[in-house]
Design a protein around this ligand. Structure first.
Ligand code: FES
Length: 311
């Protein structure tokens, strides 16, 4: 968002700002589902402050602003399945309607005494919010989610000083591997990227690609000094900024499913310059005994989310 306001950046400012506006009509992950409890949490989605809370089992997203005197609702508490504002104790039910004003318990409650509520769904272990439904695209589908042959490994959150779109671009950009990740990913002596078709299906783009890497002790394949041609991984990008990585790995590596194993460089190393701060959420699915459509090897699947919510 910052960069589109810069003069001489070469970006199509109108298109960028249009995409930013239309992102309000798309689903964005705002939290891990199991982090959403009766203790409200504050998040920002597309510059909109939100209070995310669980009321009677349902994840709910409110504008983080009490209709009474503007206190952040994320400072509140849940009482009897209702969100109670921290300032004067007004209570709101899961629809956003005020149902109790403690200072006037017998008085009628004005109809306009309600907080703004946003569309909110739980899927793939995440809570998703759409600020202006109906959503232009459905929630991303993670085929392995819920499959009992898979394990779920929660990857730590980490910050990115970039826009979400730049984060997605980085995640699917193989050409930086031999330079930024020399010795871990890619081969500095073979930076060429082979041709690979990109398939568009509804709201997704996908491609398969496997590059040559140098042997790496972290991956348990440094017995020989010879470069290793990796099996193709499948990347599926869902609008607006979610990526599923379906990556065949060897038995022993898949069995370890290391936490943070798919981490990229932090902000200090990132090749992004647009001045925003973002987080990344990762859920790694690993299935040591599970073969998939692109090979007979066991497979690790990771749904890695980069999104403006955390900007
Ligand atoms: Fe929320 Fe008064 S500001 S109850």
């Amino acid at each position: 968002r910052c960069c589109v306001r810069e003069r001489g950046s070469g970006l199509d400012s109108d298109a960028e700002e249009g995409l930013y506006r239309r992102s309000r009509a798309m689903w964005h992950p705002v939290a891990y589902a199991d982090d959403v409890t009766e203790a409200p949490i504050a998040v920002r989605l597309l510059d909109e402050p939100l209070a995310i809370v669980r009321l009677e089992g349902e994840a709910v997203a409110f504008k983080d602003l009490c209709i009474h005197r503007g206190t952040a609702l994320s400072l509140g508490t849940v009482e009897n399945g209702e969100l109670q504002c921290a300032y004067h104790g007004w209570r709101f039910d899961s629809s956003g309607a005020c149902v109790r004003i403690p200072s006037r318990p017998e008085g009628s409650i004005p109809r306009k005494a309600r907080v703004e509520k946003y569309a909110c769904e739980e899927a793939a272990g995440l809570v998703w919010v759409c600020l202006e439904p109906p959503a232009l695209f459905p929630l991303p589908e993670y085929r392995a989610w819920g499959d009992p042959d898979y394990r779920t490994v929660r990857i730590p959150l980490y910050d990115w000083n970039s826009s979400a779109a730049r984060r997605v671009e980085n995640f699917i950009d193989f050409s930086h591997f031999p330079f930024v990740h020399a010795g871990v990913l890619g081969n500095p002596d073979k930076p060429e990227i082979p041709d690979h078709p990109v398939t568009r299906l509804d709201h997704t783009l996908s491609f398969q690609l496997g590059v040559e890497e140098v042997p790496n002790a972290l991956k348990g394949d440094d017995a020989s000094a010879a470069p290793i041609q990796r099996q193709p991984s499948t990347y599926t990008i869902s609008m607006p900024s979610s990526v599923e990585l379906d990556q065949p790995l060897d038995d022993d590596v898949a069995g370890q499913a290391p936490e943070g194993g798919l981490r990229e460089p932090g902000p200090q190393q990132a090749d992004d310059q647009d001045g925003e701060t973002g987080d990344d959420q990762g859920l790694l699915h690993s299935g040591p005994a599970h073969a998939d459509a692109i090979g007979s090897s066991p497979t690790v699947r990771a749904g890695v989310i980069a999104d403006p919510v955390l900007a």
